[in-house]
Design a protein around this ligand. Structure first.
Ligand code: AMO
Length: 445
């Protein structure tokens, strides 16, 4: 019988509830994932939102008789009796002895790929992405994005617990926040505007209101290169904190957030971690190294000659990742005090050595997943830095309202969700951990 709970009608049970319904007749809804016909009976695996439920059809279970229209990817409602069994190792299992299968809809065509194996056949990333709406039905593929949900959820949960307010900043903007050439220009009723490279200008403004803010939202970067770590649209998990003592407050908050995320994954996403063989990092303390010390280490220890002394290339990040793991026992490494020339206009220079900044990146298993730091809060200082960076402060009047009318010492960071997911999974390409990637060659599906 349907139970009416508020305005949601729940006439089915979840697999996780099967233990409570042992021996009882219940209904489930889902896709037919696989049919295995045996002599005199058949296994029908139903794929629900998160589970694969084994159902068994046999004439002795009920008067229901097999319908030849039943096929894989049909949407069905199955009634059946929950049956408990114990395997040789003593593991308890539940299945459903089918009493009835109601067909809700039938697919119009056969699938172009096999999705009902543990993982997709070796069809190549490009095909996986071309067919995303269906390739994601594969249990391994969908597990990736469930884990990604857990990461974003953990980020949000931890910050809400720590007094942060969730904000929504516009994605069509009057100016770029991050500088560089990777900005999308847009014709906006005859006026040139830009797609947001980050919520930077707005999250800083809102520190002046809520003191601690965060946002999880898409941002856009006109990356012209086809790399395994760059997307043209990605999800940025940003926070900004006011009234900080110094930029280590930001780093400490990030460590707390990451610990919360990893614990949440272990407690509520165990099945997906298992499917994906994810090795969740143990986080106690995260070591940190100054940028120039890291450069020296790369040159002396790894005998690698950097091309650019103001930034790291991917090989350098990998070497630092190896160093952190082998010598410091950590999957994460903060690199602090980046050169002023390479950081955006809002970054505070180190008063003790203005060639460098009070900023940091966080490397995770040898990949940059976060940039952050302390921001300039003094009006004159910010205007001066903008001029030094070749910017026209009058174009940034609304941004500078924060500084002009009183800003606390503050700072924040941005984490690339897809990149964090990528290295948590040990994936080789960020597109593998992006639901519908946008890159120089792809805007579909
Ligand atoms: P930054 O530009 O370094 O900093 O970006 C922050 C993090 O976002 C991710 N990221 C990307 N991921 C996929 N594709 C890209 N093209 C891409 N570009 C960046 C990375 C990176 O570490 N406003 C600052 C953050 C701050 O200081 O608060 C910013 O956006 O994981």
């Amino acid at each position: 019988m349907d139970k009416i709970c508020g305005n949601i009608i729940s006439d089915t049970v979840k697999f996780s509830q099967f233990a409570d319904f042992d021996g009882k007749v219940v209904a489930i809804k889902g896709y037919i994932h696989r049919i295995r016909e045996m002599t005199g009976f058949a296994f029908v695996i139903i794929r629900t939102d998160r589970d694969l439920i084994q159902c068994v059809y046999a004439p002795e279970f009920s008067s229901y008789r097999w319908d030849d229209k039943l096929c894989e990817e049909a949407c069905v409602k199955v009634h059946g009796k929950v049956a408990k069994s114990t395997d040789a190792k003593g593991n308890v299992r539940y299945e459903l002895q089918i009493h009835n299968i109601e067909i809700l809809s039938l697919p119009a065509d056969n699938l172009p790929i096999v999705i009902n194996k543990k993982q997709l056949d070796n069809i190549g990333l490009s095909t996986v992405l071309d067919l995303r709406p269906i390739s994601m039905r594969n249990p391994k593929e969908r597990a990736i994005f469930k884990v990604q949900e857990g990461i974003a959820r953990g980020f949000r949960e931890c910050l809400m617990k720590n007094g942060f307010t969730e904000i929504r900043s516009p994605k069509i903007n009057f100016a770029g926040a991050e500088g560089g050439t990777n900005i999308f220009k847009l014709d906006y009723f005859g006026k040139q505007v830009y797609l947001a490279q980050s919520p930077q200008l707005y999250k800083q403004a809102l520190v002046g209101v809520y003191q601690r803010v965060f946002e999880v939202a898409p941002v856009f970067r006109a990356e012209h290169h086809d790399t395994s770590r760059h997307l043209n649209e990605y999800t940025s998990m940003d926070f900004e904190m006011g009234f900080i003592n110094d930029f280590t407050d930001i780093m400490n908050m990030e460590v707390m957030v990451l610990k919360h995320i990893m614990n949440l994954l272990k407690s509520e996403y165990a099945e997906e971690l298992d499917i994906l063989h994810i090795d969740v990092p143990e986080i106690t303390e995260v070591p940190s190294i100054k940028f120039m010390d890291a450069k020296e280490l790369i040159m002396k220890k790894f005998k690698y000659q950097p091309q650019d002394m103001k930034d790291f290339d991917p090989t350098e990040e990998e070497l630092l990742g190896k160093y952190a793991k082998k010598e410091l026992g950590s999957d994460f490494l903060f690199v602090t005090h980046y050169p002023s020339k390479k950081r955006p206009f809002y970054t505070m220079d180190d008063p003790n050595d203005p060639e460098y900044t009070l900023s940091f990146d966080l490397l995770f298993r040898g990949l940059e997943i976060t940039s952050g730091g302390q921001r300039i809060h003094d009006y004159e200082e910010q205007v001066e830095k903008m001029v030094k960076c070749g910017m026209d402060p009058s174009q940034f009047e609304t941004y500078l309202m924060l500084h002009k009318y009183g800003a606390p010492p503050h700072g924040g960071l941005g984490i690339g969700l897809e990149r964090l997911t990528m290295h948590l999974l040990g994936a080789k390409n960020v597109r593998e951990t992006t639901m519908f990637p946008r890159d120089i060659n792809r805007v579909t599906p």
